[in-house]
Design a protein around this ligand. Structure first.
Ligand SMILES: NC(=O)C1=CN([C@@H]2O[C@H](COP(=O)(O)OP(=O)(O)OC[C@H]3O[C@@H](n4cnc5c(N)ncnc54)[C@H](OP(=O)(O)O)[C@@H]3O)[C@@H](O)[C@H]2O)C=CC1
Ligand SMILES: O=C(O)[C@@H]1CCC=N1
Length: 273
């Protein structure tokens, strides 16, 4: 089997499933028609027609004899084990299950599908849609080299990936990089509103906020300089930034808020498991 003959099934093409799919259709590890997408919502299926992927409304509609290398469970944690039995036959045929659900551990899939099931957990994030995701991978001992290699190719198409050996870290991962884009989007919202309140036209406030967050993130990642030093380089003594940071850093306000937010997300991930 050549690489491009490999097939995968994506179960659920909502916010996160679609974000990952957007970068997969451009990657050369799986041909678009060999990406089988199962999504019950007609409106979401209709948005996939230009992707060249194979689209189904339910597991029953998948073609007979399909032998996927892996299937990706991108449904909500709350419905995961209602949906899981529909894919038992692919596990029995040697496929690995890849779950992106918050909280749910590999053991629960082993319990559902069988003790030696190959299970991959990935905590993705939505910037995967523009190949700028942070994808964190944990695999159990039953995942084969071929399955692992395909997972890494797919995750690379989505942006950067990291692997962890300790599954217990997944809740903290979820709280930082899984949920994290929402924190940053909220910062962008807040900067836009503040810019408008300071007198900027709406479109100008949006452009400035988005490009500033984008540029700062690229600079932090690409310069090799730590964030504290980069912050200090912006901050002229008794200048404008110092005036702003006196507000943001008073009593470690933002750090404390972020610590509480990440702790709340981690706790919720543990509860979902
Ligand atoms: N959103 C994010 O940023 C992130 C999400 N995740 C995880 O990704 C998973 C999906 O989240 P998200 O994309 O936000 O959720 P969505 O609700 O947007 O997407 C889930 C999709 O699965 C569909 N679905 C429900 N039942 C089935 C079924 N039997 N077969 C196939 N598809 C089905 C849903 O359809 P319908 O609505 O009609 O039920 C929906 O379109 C969750 O487990 C979440 O924890 C992880 C990291 C980040
Ligand atoms: O909010 C959630 O539960 C999912 C998991 C991480 C990001 N979104």
């Amino acid at each position: 089997m050549t690489d491009t003959q490999k097939s995968i099934i994506l179960v659920g093409c909502g916010n996160m499933g679609r974000a990952m799919l957007e970068s997969w259709v451009a990657c050369e590890c799986v041909k678009p028609e060999n990406i089988h997408v199962v999504e019950p919502a007609e409106a979401l299926r209709n948005k996939l027609t230009t992707f060249g992927v194979s689209i189904y409304s339910s597991a029953d509609a998948l073609p007979e004899g399909l032998k996927p290398v892996l299937f990706i469970m991108a449904v909500k944690p709350q419905v995961m084990f209602d949906v899981a039995p529909d894919y038992q036959k692919y596990v029995d045929g040697g496929a690995a299950v890849l779950s992106i659900a918050a909280g749910i551990g590999t053991k629960r899939f082993e319990n559902a599908y069988g003790a030696s099931t190959a299970v991959v957990r990935v905590m993705p994030n939505t910037p995967a849609a523009v190949a700028k995701g942070m994808m964190v991978i944990y695999t159990n001992e039953f995942v084969t080299e071929q399955q692992s290699a395909l997972v890494e190719e797919l995750m690379q198409a989505n942006g950067a990936f990291a692997t962890i050996d300790d599954e217990a870290l997944m809740d903290a991962v979820t709280a930082v990089s899984g949920s994290g884009p929402a924190y940053v989007f909220h910062v962008i919202e807040a900067m836009i509103e503040a810019g408008i309140a300071a007198g900027l036209p709406d479109e100008t406030a949006k452009l400035l906020a988005e490009q500033t967050v984008y540029g700062a993130a690229c600079y932090a990642k690409e310069s090799g300089v730590d964030a504290k030093t980069l912050r200090e380089q912006v901050t002229s003594p008794n200048g404008t930034t110092a005036a702003a940071l006196a507000v943001l850093m008073k009593d470690d306000a933002l750090k404390n808020l972020m610590r509480d937010a990440v702790a709340a997300s981690k706790k919720r991930s543990e509860e979902l498991g």
